[in-house]
Design a protein around this ligand. Structure first.
Ligand code: MRU
Length: 347
């Protein structure tokens, strides 16, 4: 089942990722509020996926605006864009896709409304299609970094559910598996929302990949045992100097990998690179509800109700800990300031 799809009669359907792996159910967000809620509740999640989703949302919301004058139409669409963009702050793909949709609207503003809407639909479908191609290219590049039989450790979920097809961090493994290669993947469970346990193991098992679930705090044990030849993770925003924001806990994995001499690779499309952020310190980190730590997924709360919690959804890994950043345009290495600049020149 596709994670995001726009039907021929323009129904936007998403696989509700909060229900996985026990239930595969599509939902149909219709209003701007439904769409906002789908992103904040992580029914649709992963940086490229929320970009694709928001592009379709912008198209459908544009259809709902009706017969307003061009300026009023654009202002209302920009208002919807600002609203959707405020749902989650860290993944840059969200604002990237919304900006692309607003750009497409601006370019066709003087055209009849049905032509403008057709242009918006094309733009959204194009963003989706491009992501499939980018993930495929990232997977090809990533596959050059590993060998048949390798053990790979991954954190969170950066597979097809978080993108369009193949994924980023899981892409090389899925592509290699299609070609008859064998990998052993260690999936960090990824507290507190368990994207690794619920989603990564679901995707990899279905693809027939040898998958072992571990708690986040077991990563050092499998590394020390010599079972991990490379770490592959995704990214939500890459700063101009190569610092990377990704799911909370990623930085710890990178530090461990450095200690054990294991290459640590970040994989993501160039749309995740934000040259407006000079370093990781400029990246806004989303803080989430403490209840996710204290009570979600447990039959009873695991901590006293009044206890203070700190629940950042992401952390920043310094570029010095990253062996390479793999994009659809190629593999970047230090100095990232230079190598990333080269890649993003024609973005
Ligand atoms: O909070 P989430 O589940 O949206 O976080 C997802 C991640 O951190 C992914 O690693 C990242 O978005 C890259 S997805 C290809």
């Amino acid at each position: 089942m596709d994670n995001i799809r726009l039907t021929e009669n323009d129904e936007l359907r998403i696989l509700d990722q909060t229900l996985l792996p026990s239930e595969e159910k599509e939902i149909r967000p219709k209003t701007a509020e439904d769409m906002f809620e789908a992103i904040t509740s992580l029914r649709v999640r992963g940086a490229p996926a929320i970009g694709i989703f928001s592009a379709y949302c912008m198209y459908l919301l544009a259809k709902d605006i009706g017969e307003a004058e061009p300026r009023a139409f654009y202002d209302k669409l920009a208002e919807y864009g600002a609203y959707l963009n405020s749902s989650r702050p860290t993944a840059v793909n969200l604002s990237w896709a919304i900006e692309k949709m607003l750009g497409a609207a601006k370019n066709s503003l003087d055209k009849p409304r049905d032509e403008l809407l057709a242009a918006l639909r094309r733009e959204a479908v194009g963003i989706h299609g491009d992501d499939i191609a980018k993930c495929r290219a990232i997977s090809e590049y990533g596959l050059t970094l590993i060998r048949d039989g390798d053990g790979i450790l991954t954190h969170c979920n950066a597979g097809p559910l978080a993108t369009s097809k193949y994924g980023t961090a899981l892409g090389p493994v899925l592509l290699g598996t299609e070609r008859g290669m064998n990998f052993r993947v260690f999936a960090d469970e990824t507290r507190p929302l368990l994207q690794g346990a619920r989603l990564t193991t679901y995707e990899l098992s279905r693809a027939g990949v040898d998958t072992t679930l571990i708690c986040d705090n077991m990563a050092s044990a499998v590394m020390k045992n010599g079972w991990v030849q490379a770490c592959f993770v995704g990214c939500d925003r890459v700063a101009a100097n190569g610092d990377v924001a990704n799911k909370t806990g990623t930085n710890g994995v990178a530090i461990l990998a450095r200690h054990y001499g294991i290459p640590f690779y970040v994989l993501g499309p160039t749309s995740t690179i934000d040259t407006n952020c000079k370093t990781g310190a400029d990246i806004e980190i989303e803080l989430r509800d403490p209840e996710e730590i204290k009570s979600k997924f447990f039959a009873k709360p695991v901590a006293p109700s009044g206890v203070k919690c700190y629940n950042p959804a992401f952390d920043v890994t310094e570029h010095a800990l990253i062996t390479a950043i793999v994009t659809e345009k190629g593999i970047c290495r230090e100095p990232y300031g230079e190598s990333l600049k080269q890649l993003t020149m024609d973005n």
